[in-house]
Design a protein around this ligand. Structure first.
Ligand code: ADP
Ligand code: MG
Ligand code: MG
Length: 889
């Protein structure tokens, strides 16, 4: 094999660069890039992701051709660094680090100080004159190598460390003396030997090869698989391995290590944001063992280093034109950068950073629009804590990820998973001392996370931020008692299952449930939206049944109502009795009488909607669900008694009717257009209410654009009959009022037959609106309420790439949609020389990937719930820019 498997970096040169993430992983590519732009990086090399793929193809064996390339690259590092790997007198030590194309924080383990042995630890101590440092490094290696490469329990090492600290009466690792650490190394080696059955390897090359294997193995470790599942990461070759010369932050008071973001990842504010620890190494800052210092304090401790770091912060932002998440180490006053990557941020921060970077001239408006993941806007669309709420904060921690969350307290990630399985809708607040990668499944299901230790860069903070989940960390007033299943917060005892509220924007913790108020769209958010609107082609409408929802949606930029479900109005307290009377009526006369009672309510509802929408199109769907949904269930005697009283009939009569209306499969039963075909008076009443409402609003001088939508049409005749009847009713209303209003009659396309026969249907329909919930259900033959039993298996085994009720199934349902649009538009143009307006009103209308698909197949608009309107606007803009899907995850 002659391929290049190993890429060197160091000095001001590198074989690779920042664009080679696929091959070198994000970490490796950016280490190379930083070298190239003159940022100080310890030399090293990257073994490519292709080697990882080959490793698995060959039954967990590294391809032979890689080994000489590793030797070669190691020689280069030795030359650059002036030390030899395995030299007992002055050893070159290395770190072995994982790194895939997409960052998977904390998912794979890093081994530091590799190359140390019983012999070279002595050499290192002599050479540096620092015994403490040498043995601290060695005990860390045995721990990291043991737990990462050999799968030992880190806890077994931790246990030794604890008993040593206890015996010496010290609190911090850094308080242990050189002799203590020497003793600790002995004990660590004993743990290693006991658990592995062999001595800790004394051959540095063997250590290296085992460590490289370990990184490759971690690619398919439980944590990594879980993370990829949650983040929907697929199609990667594997992880790269980075082997890099060690620099030491644990050499004493003039050394340290830190992590930082070039801007605040919570709010997006242009401030340097991070933590560091003096005399520490690697993950110490993140682990929450010692409380780290804020980055600004480095300015006092090491002014020169700080100044240089601030310069690098600016240089990186200027180079990458993006907010960066960086890792650095200072060895006796000399600064080294160990990592840079695009920083994860909350939706709020994403918007602010994008808008401010445009103002700073770093990026242009279209780049800003492409930068923000549509779903991340959710973060700005969360309800905010009601400022007038009575609950006062009882404690304060570090505001780690903004937003408010009220939830039932649970004390372990497993408990969250178990609870959510049974009660998926319960809001849960995960409360822990700290979190670790094992906890991600539970963290994902929780509404918010509260920890008693840890800083801004702790695991909980980083992960929560990535998901836009409210999080407060380091709240020392929180005392957890797992055995008793209680938490005590500033003196108040809260039992597991009781409510606590956190405000991740301020760090406040409150006892109980705190009321919330809806969010609003202002400032940078509004600015970004106007930029999105400049480029998008799709119109965005909303699904709204009430004037209040419609008003909120307009505030968020909705350009019409794509779906008003009239049945929701039927359930109103003041009208359900009349609805039931209508259903129970034995004949047309009875039904007509009851319908007359409902009509004024319907009309008033429509007047409200038309007024709010003020001339924007309003699509109103005629009654869709089967009638028995409005009656009590078969065994609900109490409910039936109440209805009997309301409607002046008997319980027996009600149950008789319930029995008559009973259906084996209501989704495919007597519903949709089938209702007004059998009971025309129902349709007549609804059409009259719509047109009379439109007339009334028009008389007030406003314009109105009603679109009457007939659901569940499969054959054109259904539509033809109902349309004819609707026109007759509408004409009659207008004649009586002496006012003309414009209106359209169209249909929902939600049956496979309707897609196939769309050319025929379009001869009658003036618009199509794809009801993709039903269309998905009918196409797959999956009842959308009954997928629990098999969908998890389908997704796990990749039978389906994604739940088709969340994102349109492009290849099946999507193909039907394409056929429907093509045939429908073709015949409408041919027959009526008219453009057939096409939209979507299923849940998919608010799903960014589905919006992109709707753009691609030439729809005119998508319609989604009010709070997803901004998300759809942004997704539509990105679709128009052709950038969707290419975004950095
Ligand atoms: P992760 O992918 O979890 O961020 P890293 O590979 O970045 O893991 O390693 C974790 C930490 O280990 C780094 O932040 C850094 O502090 C430390 N580290 C890694 N390589 C070196 C090195 N060559 N010299 C000193 N510290 C290192
Ligand atoms: Mg790691
Ligand atoms: Mg890192």
């Amino acid at each position: 094999m002659s391929a290049k498997y190993v890429y060197s970096f160091g000095g001001k040169t590198a074989d690779g660069d920042g664009k080679m993430k696929e091959l070198l992983g994000g970490k490796g590519a950016n280490l190379a890039e930083m070298c190239k732009i003159g940022i100080p990086v310890p030399p090293g090399f990257t073994i490519t992701t292709e080697v990882c793929a080959a490793y698995y193809e060959q039954g967990k064996k590294i391809p032979d051709a890689t080994v000489p390339q590793i030797d070669e690259a190691l020689k280069k590092v030795e030359a650059e660094f002036g030390k030899k790997f395995g030299d007992p007198a002055d050893p070159l030590l290395v770190s072995v680090r994982s790194g895939a194309a997409l960052s998977m924080p904390g998912m794979m383990n890093t081994i530091l100080n590799l190359g140390l042995t019983d012999a070279s630890v002595e050499g290192l101590a002599k050479k540096t004159g620092n015994d403490r440092f040498a043995y601290d490094s060695y005990r860390r290696l045995i721990d990291m190598f043991g737990s990462t490469a050999m799968g030992l329990e880190h806890e077994h090492f931790e246990h030794e460390l604890h008993s040593m600290k206890e015996a010496k009466g010290v609190k911090l690792d850094t308080d242990l003396s050189a002799d203590d650490l020497k003793e600790l190394v002995k004990r660590y080696k004993a743990v290693y030997k006991k658990d592995v059955g062999e001595d800790f390897p004394q051959d540095p090359k063997k250590q290296l090869m085992l460590a490289i294997n370990a990184v490759f193995n971690s690619w398919n470790g439980h944590k990594a698989i879980e993370y990829r599942r949650i983040e929907r990461i697929t199609g990667l070759k594997g992880t790269a391995v980075n082997v890099q010369a060690m620099v030491f932050g644990n050499m004493g008071g003039g050394s340290g290590t830190g992590v930082a973001f070039t801007r605040d990842p919570n709010t997006g504010e242009d401030v340097f944001y991070g933590d560091y620890l003096i005399n520490a190494q690697g993950e110490d800052v993140v682990a929450g063992i010692r409380t780290p210092e804020p980055i600004s304090k480095l300015g006092e401790d090491m002014p020169k280093v700080y100044e240089q770091l601030v310069g690098i912060r600016a240089a990186l932002e200027k180079h990458y034109k993006e907010m960066q998440d960086i890792e650095f180490t200072v060895q006796e006053g000399v600064l080294f950068m160990l990592q840079t990557r695009t920083g994860k941020r909350t939706g709020t921060a994403a918007v602010r950073i994008a808008v401010e970077m445009v103002k700073e001239g770093l990026i242009d408006e279209t780049t800003a629009v492409k930068r923000v993941a549509p779903d991340s806007l959710n973060h700005l669309l969360q309800p905010q804590l009601d400022p007038k709420a009575k609950n006062k904060p009882v404690a304060q921690g570090i505001a780690a990820s903004p937003g408010a969350a009220s939830g039932m307290v649970l004390l372990s990630a497993e408990a969250v998973v178990a609870h959510a399985e049974k009660h998926p809708n319960d809001p849960i607040l995960l409360v822990r001392k700290e979190t670790s990668p094992e906890d991600v499944a539970g963290m994902h299901l929780a509404k918010g996370i509260l920890t008693s230790t840890g800083g801004k860069a702790s695991h909980a903070a980083v992960v929560a931020r990535g998901w836009g989940k409210p999080c407060v960390v380091g709240c020392e007033a929180v005392k957890i008692d797992e055995a008793a299943q209680t938490v005590t917060i500033a003196g108040t005892v809260v039992k597991a299952g009781e409510f606590v509220t956190i405000n991740g924007t301020t760090g406040d913790v409150m006892i109980g449930k705190v009321p919330t108020v809806p969010p609003s769209m202002t400032g940078d958010f509004a600015t970004l939206m106007t930029w999105a609107d400049k480029v998008r082609k799709l119109k965005i409408r909303t699904n709204a049944d009430s004037p209040a929802d419609a008003a909120k949606a307009r505030e968020f930029g909705a350009e019409g109502i794509g779906l008003c479900r009239t049945e929701h109005m039927f359930f109103g307290k003041d009208r359900i009795a009349a609805v039931r009377e209508m259903i129970l009526a034995p004949d047309v006369e009875g039904r007509t009488k009851a319908l007359a009672k409902i009509e004024p309510f319907q009309k008033a509802d429509f007047v409200g909607l038309f007024e709010v929408m003020d001339g924007l199109p309003v699509t109103i769907r005629l009654l869709d669900p089967p009638l028995h949904e409005f009656l009590p269930q078969k065994d609900n005697v109490a409910g039936a008694e109440e209805v009997a009283k309301q409607t002046g009939t008997t319980v027996e009569k009600i149950f008789e009717r319930v029995e008559e209306l009973h259906e084996m499969n209501p989704m495919m039963g007597f519903r949709g257009c089938r209702l007004p075909l059998v009971f025309p008076e129902i349709g007549d009443m609804q059409v009259r209410a719509i047109i009379e409402a439109a007339i009334e609003v028009k008389k007030k001088g406003k314009s109105v654009l009603p679109e009457i939508m007939i659901p569940l049409v499969g054959v054109v005749e259904e539509l033809a009959i109902l349309k004819k009847r609707a026109i007759a009713v509408a004409e009659e209303c207008m004649k009586q009022a002496g006012v003309k209003v414009e209106y359209q009659i169209g249909t929902m396309i939600e049956l496979p037959r309707a897609c196939i026969a769309a050319d025929k249907i379009a001869e009658e329909a003036e618009f199509f609106s794809f009801g993709t919930n039903d269309l998905t259900q009918m196409t797959f033959g999956f009842s959308r309420d009954d997928i629990k039993g098999f969908m998890p298996t389908y997704l796990r085994d990749k039978i389906l790439p994604i739940d088709p009720f969340q994102t349109i199934d492009f290849n099946g349902v999507g193909e039907l949609m394409k056929i429907g649009i093509q045939k429908g538009r073709g015949s409408r143009t041919a027959k009526h020389s008219q453009h057939l307006k096409v939209g979507i009103c299923g849940e998919h209308g608010g799903d960014p990937d589905s919006v992109v698909f709707c753009h691609a197949i030439g729809m005119d608009y998508v319609s989604c719930s009010p709070f997803r309107v901004p998300i759809a606007r942004l997704a539509a803009a990105q679709a128009a820019l052709g950038e969707a899907g290419k975004r950095d995850k």
